[in-house]
Design a protein around this ligand. Structure first.
Ligand SMILES: [Ca+2]
Length: 140
């Protein structure tokens, strides 16, 4: 590997995202550790990054490989949360993007909170911390 290529590899882009999971307590806190999926899309490129995990402070770090500097739309979805989206200008090196509050309540994962989600939450009411997602897994 030539010295020039080493320099280019060293300048790959990295995304450091930050979110706040609604209803999961303050940061840092173990309840802020949660999975998410992320899609980045520019005018010419779309990349899906499945299953990233935030740390106790709501941060996740994602090496972006060969993505080139451009303006990218992002869409983030947690397992029981409404999706959020916005855009940022990607540069080589580190890119800090605050992706904000992730609103809870989408138990079914269809990106809508409605009576079906409420039915799953109702099944878990008073069960001492059992996740509504656990109730959902028991159903077809
Ligand atoms: Ca839903």
């Amino acid at each position: 590997m030539g010295a020039g290529l080493v320099g280019i590899v060293g300048m790959m882009a990295m995304l450091v995202g930050h979110v706040m999971w609604q209803g999961r307590g303050a940061q840092p806190g173990v309840l802020q550790i949660e999975a998410l999926t992320l899609t980045l899309r520019s005018a010419t490129t779309e990349v899906y990054y499945g299953y990233q995990v935030t740390d106790a402070s709501g941060f996740f770090t994602l090496p972006l490989g060969t993505l080139l500097p451009d303006v990218y739309d992002w869409r983030l979805k947690g397992p029981a949360y409404l999706s959020t989206s916005s855009s940022f200008a990607l540069t080589l090196g580190g890119n800090n993007v605050d992706m904000g509050l992730q609103r809870a309540g989408d138990i079914t994962g269809d990106n809508v909170i409605n009576v079906t989600d409420f039915a799953f939450i109702r099944q878990s009411f008073g069960q001492g911390g059992t996740s509504p997602l656990a109730s959902r897994r028991d159903k077809p």
